[in-house]
Write a new protein. Sequence first.
Length: 138
Amino acid sequence: MAILNGLGKKIKMLRNARGLTQEDLDGLTGLHYTFIAKIEAGKKQPSLKSLAKIAKALGISLSRLFEEKQKVPIKPPLNKLIKILEDRDPKEVNLIIELAETIFSKADKLLKQKGSRQKSGGGGGGGGGIRLRYNGKE
């Protein structure tokens, strides 16, 4: 079942990344959307023929569905970010990069702290907000 769950999650992630609904995938594959939902939930074992249809509809090779590591397709959001930044001053672009790095660094630390608190049974609680600095000022 773990393999089916992983495969289903991968299909769902790829479908969502392409902005497709289960009904859209139904139309592209000929597989009923309820069957697709069950595949994504790891409750149905699709045939190789069904997986080939899904892979083709998602624009990937069948083998990619079985790859261990899967990168999240970020092209559409990345293109949107590029459009936003295109006409900005280079200093502003650098500021956005610094802000993003700070946000992700703080978020990673908070997630690690939260994970260790949950493992040790400690409570949540206060104070872990994200503070941003620009030119040395908060």
